[in-house]
Design a protein around this ligand. Structure first.
Ligand SMILES: [Zn+2]
Length: 141
């Protein structure tokens, strides 16, 4: 993202766990279902009120969290199609997922699936990294 903010900039607050610093505490994830008015950290299990969370305010130009997710996916799809498209096409042709001459619609379908699964893998790995960081923090304490 750029540092230049346009007139549509909105303020958003990202919350972090006060115990381990993980951002996996917003109410948007399914693992974070707790009694009304309470929040739980998906990384270390800490639970408390929203007011107890550490928070960071930042400006962005997205209309909603869904908009952020869509933009993230569009960005990754663009990168895979432009920068990595020929690499994946070579792989798909080599192993018979595509045949010469390559069907561009079929290639686009594979690239969209690769982007979708890649983003899912990045998000899952990030959650694992957060959990590991908490576990390492505990062994040092
Ligand atoms: Zn935590």
């Amino acid at each position: 993202m750029s540092d230049i903010h346009g007139p549509k900039e909105t303020k958003a607050v990202v919350h972090f766990c006060p115990q381990c610093g993980s951002a996996s505490v917003s109410g948007s994830t399914k693992e974070v279902i707790v009694p009304e008015g309470m929040v739980r950290c998906a990384a270390c299990g800490w639970a408390g009120t929203r007011g107890m969370l550490a928070s960071l305010e930042f400006g962005h130009e997205f209309a909603s969290e869904e908009d952020i997710a869509k933009t993230l996916m569009r960005d990754l799809r663009g990168l895979i199609a432009s920068d990595a498209g020929s690499v994946f096409a070579k792989f798909l042709l080599k192993w018979g997922f595509l045949v010469q001459p390559a069907d561009s619609k079929l290639l686009a379908r594979y690239l969209a699936a690769i982007a979708r699964e890649t983003l899912g893998a990045i998000i899952k790995e990030r959650a694992k990294i957060d959990k590991e960081r908490v576990e390492h923090g505990r062994t040092r304490n």
